[in-house]
Design a protein around this ligand. Sequence first.
Ligand code: SAH
Length: 240
Amino acid sequence: MRAEPRAGNVDQGELLKFSALASRWWDPNSDFKPLHRINPLRLGWIDGLCPLAGIKALDVGCGGGILAEAMAQKGATVKGIDLAEKPLKVAELHSLESGVTLDYERIATEALAAREPGRYALVTCMEMLEHVPDPGAIVSACATLAQPGGTVVFSTLNRNPKSFLFAIVGAEYILRLLPRGTHEYEKFIKPSELADYARAAGLQLLQMVGLHYNPFTQVYSLGRNVDVNYIMAFRKSDTA
Ligand code: SAH
């Protein structure tokens, strides 16, 4: 049975933005090009930290399923959730095309946390926190969904003058990597803020890494600098 998403922790305008672009989600040269390009990097990083083969993983805010499908291809049993209907449909169709078995559901993170606490060895929530009204509540729900000792991974955009310049002015206006209006600077999240949300949810920081884009070589890479886009991995305590 599918639970209806509650009106709560979601910005409907954000869902509409992603729904409007949904049909192009798997076009590697569309507005989602950056997600396609960073996907092998983040997948490898996550797999190094928490080997995917044979584990139960949840991808929160999975959109069209770029990461969810790749995790399933690495041997994880994957569930993907999102609140936007069209991207989920696209994800479902694409998994049929690629012959990868995944379970997708339109449900709020908090609602799934109430239904399936402690169920997942890995919870990922990538490039979504900067689109929700209350990111702390999503972090807390992701922690609830992880099993004791499980891994929880978030990626988002840092908030400082450099990230404004790179992630908004550069990516949306100069290089046109993303449609204008994709991101709102005020919603960006500093690593210290994400760490605070995580600590309050009983998660311990494992590792963090920056996601970089070089506009001259057009190459994406992982590195130490977390000024713009970054990934943080946490561990839920064994006793939680
Ligand atoms: N995580 C995917 C997609 C990122 S795009 C990836 O990195 O490849 C952001 C996604 O978050 C969109 O699919 C959007 O529909 C979803 N989203 C935004 N607000 C949400 C919310 N409150 N609950 C669940 N999903 C949400």
